[in-house]
Design a protein. Structure first.
Length: 493
């Protein structure tokens, strides 16, 4: 006879009414807290993402206002991106050591101060310098956002929660250019920066008030040498990739930067093996779900950024659409991603199947292959449908993939995992732009050199870029399948 129900009833009765009420209240409090934490994380992640895209539309205005050239004003974009990418891993490690609350709250404050300083800039040099300040704050936010969400949501809701963060990122990217254009026309270029101030002040106060402190292990030490070596290595790589297209990939400067990257990366790996408490536990990369998911994420962003680079030129120069119509068409990708990402995260929570992200990558590969078939006679609806398929594939892929990454590390490594997640995303974006630009330029020059008209040559280069992107995405299918039957640690709290 099974005595468990009777034992359960007797034990439940032994708990006082006051204790039972307190248990229920604690559960409700935790449920409220996780959504408050999600709200404040969303504020930070949204602002950091928005300011990565809102400046794009301001570049012509800034060029005229400061009476400078594109080669100078592009550093308003690059300084922000470089600062974020080089600091993400270091700040992720610091948050594991000193707590996510102080790093995230300080990030909101620094980002807000940086935004205010940017709006007061009187020269392009000042604006670039203050964008570095803003980038430091953004890096603190991006390195901690997914980690906080992973920490406060139970494993059974992690995919859904990270899917919502993915939606916030998509909305930030999607609204940046449109909001920036409206603000610049209405209030001037300074408004794209000072609009952050009231939101940032509110977010800082709210984060300091509601975020709970972490349980810290005080016996940890920070690997300063590792942090410096990683900073130099990533900086050299980013500069090499971002400037390669402009200066030339065979330029001594670019080759020197890439050599510097390899050299300092080697020193970093040697250092991490020797120190007692490394910045990055290299054993993480022996964790198949963690490694394969990060590689898959990198490949997905490399492939997807062909869309962001080439579609505006294709639609404006070849098809003759206005900037407004181009923006409307491109919104299909983040809009569908924003709708699908939480649903795919919820589905992953229910099924715990890593095949969901592989399926999403397969849809993305198919969509890029279909885009490669667009030509000078393609219609607006046809373009939107193919772009929407990209959003569907990426939305299905990202939430499960991010959940696997964050769920495959121990609690005291959530910060570094979160930093890795954002670093891989940024490196993928920059690499995608560089690869797409290199393939397109080579194809265009070859075809024009053969006497083919510009429009036909453009379509040929466009075709080649998206075929290459589809192949890269196909490689991502296999890296995501490499995870096999190994599943992330679902006990992570």
């Amino acid at each position: 006879m099974n005595h468990f129900p009777e034992l359960f009833r007797r034990n439940y009765k032994a708990v006082s009414h006051h204790q039972r009420t307190r248990i229920l209240m604690d559960d409700r409090t935790d449920n409220v807290y996780k959504w408050r934490a999600m709200f404040v994380v969303s504020i930070g992640v949204f602002m950091a993402t928005l300011d990565g895209s809102i400046v794009n539309v301001a570049l012509p205005t800034l060029t005229r206002h400061f009476d400078t050239g594109l080669s100078t004003i592009q550093w308003v974009l690059l300084s922000y991106l470089l600062t974020i990418t080089t600091l993400l891993l270091t700040l992720g490690r610091l948050s594991d050591m000193y707590g996510k609350k102080p790093i995230f709250s300080a990030g909101l404050l620094i980002f807000t101060i940086g935004s205010g300083l940017c709006s007061l800039s009187v020269s392009s040099g000042q604006l670039i310098a203050f964008r570095v300040v803003q980038g430091i704050g953004a890096a603190m936010l991006m390195a901690n956002g997914p980690a906080i969400v992973t920490q406060v949501f139970p494993p059974t809701e992690r995919g859904k929660a990270l899917g919502l963060i993915g939606t916030v990122v998509s909305i930030g990217s999607m609204t940046g250019p449109a909001l920036g254009g409206f603000l610049i026309d209405w209030l001037g270029w300074q408004s794209i920066f000072y609009i952050n101030i009231p939101v940032g002040v509110f977010g800082t106060v709210y984060a300091m008030k509601i975020l709970r402190p972490d349980e810290l292990h005080r016996n940890q030490t920070f690997d300063i040498t590792g942090a410096v070596l990683m900073f130099i290595s990533v900086m050299a790589l980013m500069l090499g990739i971002t400037q390669g297209q402009e200066i030339g990939w065979d330029s001594p400067i670019i080759l020197g930067l890439l050599t510097l990257f390899i050299f300092f990366l080697g020193l970093f790996l040697i250092n991490e093996k020797r120190v007692k408490m490394p910045m990055i536990e290299l054993s993480l990369f022996r964790n198949k779900p963690f490694l394969a998911s990060n590689i898959s994420g990198f490949l997905s962003f490399v492939a997807m950024f062909a869309v962001i680079l080439l579609m505006p030129y294709y639609m404006e120069d070849i098809l003759g659409y206005s900037t407004k119509h181009v923006g409307l068409a491109l919104m299909a990708v983040p809009l569908i991603m924003a709708l699908v990402a939480p649903l795919s995260g919820w589905l992953y929570d229910k099924t715990n199947s890593p095949l969901l992200s592989s399926f999403g990558m397969a849809i993305t590969a198919l969509s890029l292959f279909l885009i490669s078939g667009l030509d000078s006679d393609s219609g607006f609806t046809d373009i939107i449908l193919r772009l929407g398929l990209v959003g569907l594939g990426m939305g299905l892929f990202q939430s499960p993939n991010n959940s696997i990454i964050m769920g495959s590390v121990p609690p005291n490594r959530l910060g570094i995992a979160s930093g890795m997640l954002s670093t891989v995303r940024n490196l993928g974006m920059v690499t995608g732009i560089a690869v797409s630009g290199a393939v397109f330029t080579r194809s265009l020059h070859l075809l024009e050199g053969a006497g083919i008209a510009y429009e036909t040559a453009f379509i040929g280069g466009f075709h080649d870029v998206f075929l290459v992107s589809a192949v890269i995405c196909t490689a991502g299918i296999f890296t995501s399948l490499v995870r096999g039957g190994e599943k992330p640690d679902r006990k992570l709290k």
